[in-house]
Design a protein around this ligand. Structure first.
Ligand SMILES: NC(=O)c1ccc[n+]([C@@H]2O[C@H](COP(=O)([O-])OP(=O)(O)OC[C@H]3O[C@@H](n4cnc5c(N)ncnc54)[C@H](OP(=O)(O)O)[C@@H]3O)[C@@H](O)[C@H]2O)c1
Length: 228
């Protein structure tokens, strides 16, 4: 059975991915900082195998290393992310650093551990990261005042492509999804109800992780446009 780690699995896109992959038979571990949301996902998904939840801050290097010391994963979805809404004049360096710590360093730390573990086990593996259209198409107009988020998501897109190159000799695929506005907490705070739903991104995540169908795809960045 495929063992999949989903960061940010307690809400939004990560929770939808957990639901979809667990229903398809994967052994899913979700992590995030809030136990109650993780438990809610666990309770709501009626699958043969219970979803496991782990309280974890992806920016905590030791905690991420510890997770991979105690468990093996064949696939990873890096959906954890935060946004801080202040422009370049107002955002403090500490807040800027925190956004980079979670969105960029968190993705890097999880991918690093996953890739090292896969290489040590001598098995291939599949990783999906999440950037944003705000990371690759200058869509910050959709997320006003979120310049640190834009910077971090540009970095996630570049990181993902670079990791794909390093992972390739070991059969480790890294693909990135860059959604426009998706109907989750992060987007709703800017008003309106986005057209794209988390379940649609979850379906894309499942496809990208599918080695039989998508094994040739590596280092790609899939843009998902919303028109609201
Ligand atoms: N919704 C959109 O419009 C949109 C568009 C483009 C890209 N994205 C990206 O998609 C990803 C998923 O976001 P979403 O839309 O599903 O929003 P969301 O519901 O806010 O999900 C973000 C998740 O990340 C977790 N998280 C935050 N900081 C964390 C940390 N330090 N360690 C571990 N987990 C952490 C949160 O849980 P806790 O707070 O409990 O830790 C939450 O479950 C994010 O990377 C986001 O940037 C979203």
């Amino acid at each position: 059975m495929r063992r999949v780690l989903i960061t940010g699995g307690g809400t939004g896109i990560g929770a939808a991915a957990a639901q979809r992959l667990a229903s398809a038979g994967a052994a899913v571990t979700i992590c995030g900082r809030t136990r109650s949301t993780l438990e809610k996902v666990r309770a709501e998904v009626p699958t043969a195998h219970a979803i496991e939840s782990v309280v974890l801050d992806v920016a905590d290097e030791a905690a991420v290393a510890n997770l991979f010391r105690s468990r093996e994963f064949d696939a990873v979805v890096c959906a954890a992310g935060i946004i801080k809404t202040a422009n370049a004049f107002d955002l403090s360096p500490a807040d800027f650093r925190r956004v980079l710590d979670v969105n960029l360093m968190g993705t890097y730390l999880v991918c690093r551990e996953a890739m090292q573990q896969l290489r040590a086990r001598g098995v291939p593996g599949d990783i999906v990261t999440i950037s944003s259209l705000a990371g690759i198409r200058g869509m910050q107009v959709r997320f006003p005042g979120s310049f640190s988020y834009v910077a971090s998501k540009h970095a996630v897109a570049g990181l993902s492509e670079a990791l794909a190159i390093d992972g390739r000799p070991f059969g480790i695929r890294v693909n990135c999804i860059s959604p426009g506005r998706v109907d989750t907490e992060i987007a709703r705070q800017f008003g309106g109800i986005p057209e794209i739903k988390p379940a649609q991104i979850a379906a894309l995540i499942e496809s990208l992780l599918d080695r039989e169908r998508m094994g040739g795809l590596n280092g790609s960045n899939i843009e998902v446009y919303s028109h609201d």
